[in-house]
Write a protein that binds this ligand. Structure first.
Ligand code: TRP
Ligand code: ZN
Length: 466
C-alpha cells in the first residue's frame, strides 16, 4: 500500500517535474545518458550504470494476451545518479517503480519511444549497487524493425514467440537494451496449465497451482538483452546430454514435431562438432525451440536455446548453434559490427555441411562467387552495412562467410582454426569490434591482412584479388 501511494504521487510529479528534466542540461551531469551511443539505434541502451542481474516474473495468458509482470534489476552506478533511463516501450502500463525499496518518480516521455526515466527518491552514489523494481501489466505489442521485420513479443495460437534482435526486449521488460551490458537472469513464468514456458538457461523448477503452472529458469552466463527469450505455448520436450557432455532441452510445437525431429536429432552432434572446431561450449546447456510462427520469417540465436519460427533445415540449425560462440558468447559492441556474429555463424554452417560429407565450405564459396558484381550477395560490404535497415542483408551473411573461407584458404586450416579458437577463448563472454578481429587475426597469424580485410569487408565492389 505504501509503495502504491508513493508511486501515484510519483506519477503526478513525473508529469510536472520530469518533462522539464528531460530537456534540462543543468542536471545532465548526474543523469544517466539516454542512449548507449549506437549510431544505428541512438536511444538503445543507457548510460550511467551497469546491470548485473535481471529477475523477471511474468504471468501470461495466451487466450487474453494479457501479461502481468515484475522486473527486478540489480545494477551498479558508474557515476552519481539523481536519475537514469531504462529502455521500455509505452504499450504496457507501469504501476510502480522503486529504487532500493523506495517509491521513485518515473516518466515515459512521449517523444522518446523507448525511454523510461526514473528518478530515485535518494540519489544513487557512484559505484554503489542498487535495485530497481518495476511492476507493469497490459498487452505487449510486437515491434516493426527498420527492415520491416517483426520482433519482440509476437503472439502465436497457443502462446507467444519472443525474440529481441535488434530491439525487441523493451517491448516486454524494462532493461538496458544494449548488446554491451550483459547480465545474468532468473525467470519465473506462470502460464495456464498445459502451456510450457521456455526461457534461456536451465530449468530449475516447475510447480502447479490451480489452473496455472510456473516455470523457473536460470541463465548463468551473462547475456545481452537481444538474446533473451520467454517463449510460451504447447510443446513436446526432449532433454538429454550430448556425447560430449552438454545438457540439452529441445522443444517443438506438437504440430511440428514430426516435421522437425530428424533435424533436431542432429543438435547433439552439431554441438560436439563445434566444440571440436572452436573449443569448449560456452554455456551451461544447449537446445532449440521450434514454434509455429512462420509470419516472423526468421530464427534467432537466443542464448542457450535458439528459437525457430518453423522446422529448421540442417544448415539453419548449425548456423544458430554456431552463434552460441559467435554472437552470444563473443558479441559485437555496436550493431555495425554484426559481421562478427552473422559471417561466423554462416561460415560455421558451411563447415557442418563439409564435415558431414555434403557441400564443402569452398563449394559454397564457389557457388556464391559466381554471382555477378551487381548481385545482392556483394552489397553492402559486411564490415559496414551502412544502416539499421541493412543489418540482415544477404551480403552480411554470404559475403561475410566467404570472407572467412577466403581467409581459411589464405592462412591454411591449422592457422585459421587456431585464430577462430583463440579468438573465442580470448573474448568469451565479452564484446568486440570488427577492428579487433582484424588486429587479432594479423597478430595470431603473423601476416599483414590489412588489404585482405579491406577488400572483403570494407570496399564496396565484389572482391577480385586479395
Ligand atoms: N540473427 C538471426 C539469424 O541470423 C536473424 C535475424 C534476427 C533477422 N532478426 C532479424 C533476420 C530481423 C531478418 C530480420 O539467425
Ligand atoms: Zn545468424
Amino acid at each position: 500500500m505504501h509503495q502504491v501511494s508513493v508511486s501515484l504521487a510519483g506519477t503526478i510529479l513525473a508529469t510536472v517535474a520530469l518533462t522539464g528534466l528531460t530537456a534540462a542540461p543543468a542536471l545532465a551531469s548526474t543523469h544517466g545518458a539516454r542512449g548507449a551511443g549506437d549510431r544505428y539505434f541512438p536511444l538503445q541502451g543507457n548510460g550511467g550504470y551497469d546491470v548485473k542481474h535481471y529477475d523477471l516474473r511474468l504471468r501470461y495468458d495466451p487466450a487474453s494476451r494479457h501479461l502481468r509482470a515484475r522486473t527486478i534489476i540489480r545494477a551498479t552506478a558508474k557515476k552519481r545518479l539523481t536519475s537514469f533511463d531504462l529502455d521500455f516501450r509505452r504499450n504496457l502500463r507501469i504501476s510502480t517503480v522503486t529504487v532500493n525499496g523506495v517509491g521513485a518518480v518515473f516518466h515515459q516521455p512521449a517523444a522518446l519511444k523507448q525511454e523510461l526515466v526514473v528518478r530515485p527518491f535518494r540519489a544513487v552514489a557512484k559505484d554503489k549497487t542498487f535495485t530497481v523494481v518495476v511492476r507493469y501489466a497490459g498487452t505487449p505489442a510486437a515491434i516493426t524493425d527498420p527492415d520491416g521485420s517483426v520482433e519482440g513479443w509476437v503472439p502465436t495460437k497457443d502462446g507467444a514467440f519472443v525474440v529481441g534482435e535488434p530491439q525487441g526486449a523493451p517491448s516486454w521488460f524494462p532493461c538496458n537494451d544494449t548488446p554491451r551490458d550483459k547480465a545474468t537472469y532468473d525467470f519465473r513464468v506462470t502460464v495456464p496449465r498445459g502451456v510450457t514456458a521456455i526461457a534461456n538457461g536451465d530449468l530449475t523448477g516447475q510447480t502447479r497451482k490451480g489452473r496455472w503452472t510456473t516455470f523457473r529458469w536460470h541463465n548463468r552466463e551473462p547475456m545481452s538483452t537481444y538474446l533473451v527469450t520467454v517463449t510460451t505455448g504447447r510443446f513436446d520436450v526432449r532433454t538429454g546430454t550430448t556425447p560430449g557432455g552438454v545438457p540439452y532441452y529441445i522443444a517443438s510445437d506438437p504440430k511440428l514435431t514430426a516435421k522437425s525431429s530428424a533435424v533436431l536429432a542432429k543438435l547433439p552432434a552439431v554441438t560436439d562438432y563445434l566444440a571440436e572446431l572452436y573449443g569448449p561450449y560456452p554455456f551451461s546447456s544447449t537446445g532449440a525451440i521450434v514454434d509455429d510462427a512462420s509470419k516472423v520469417g526468421y530464427a534467432l540465436e537466443t542464448q542457450t536455446k535458439p528459437v525457430y519460427d518453423r522446422p529448421p533445415d540442417e544448415l539453419t540449425l548449425a548456423h544458430e548453434a554456431a552463434h552460441m560462440y559467435f554472437g552470444d558468447s563473443v558479441t559485437f559492441k555496436r550493431w555495425r559490427d554484426i559481421w562478427i556474429a552473422e559471417g561466423f555463424a554462416e561460415f560455421s554452417s558451411w563447415m557442418w555441411s563439409e564435415h558431414t560429407g555434403g557441400k564443402t565450405a569452398q563449394g559454397f564459396f564457389d557457388t556464391y562467387y559466381k554471382k555477378k558484381a551487381t548481385s545482392s550477395v556483394w552489397k553492402p560490404p559486411p564490415g559496414n552495412p551502412g544502416s539499421a535497415a541493412n543489418l540482415f542483408s544477404a551480403s552480411v551473411y554470404l559475403r561475410g562467410a566467404m570472407t572467412l573461407q577466403a581467409l581459411r584458404v589464405k592462412l591454411g586450416d591449422a592457422t585459421f582454426f587456431d585464430v577462430l579458437r583463440s579468438w573465442h577463448q580470448t573474448h568469451r563472454g565479452r564484446n568486440v569490434t570488427v577492428g579487433q578481429f582484424r588486429a587479432f587475426a594479423e597478430q595470431r597469424s603473423g601476416q599483414d591482412l590489412s588489404r585482405f580485410f579491406d577488400v572483403w569487408l570494407v570496399r564496396k565492389a565484389k572482391p577480385t584479388s586479395w
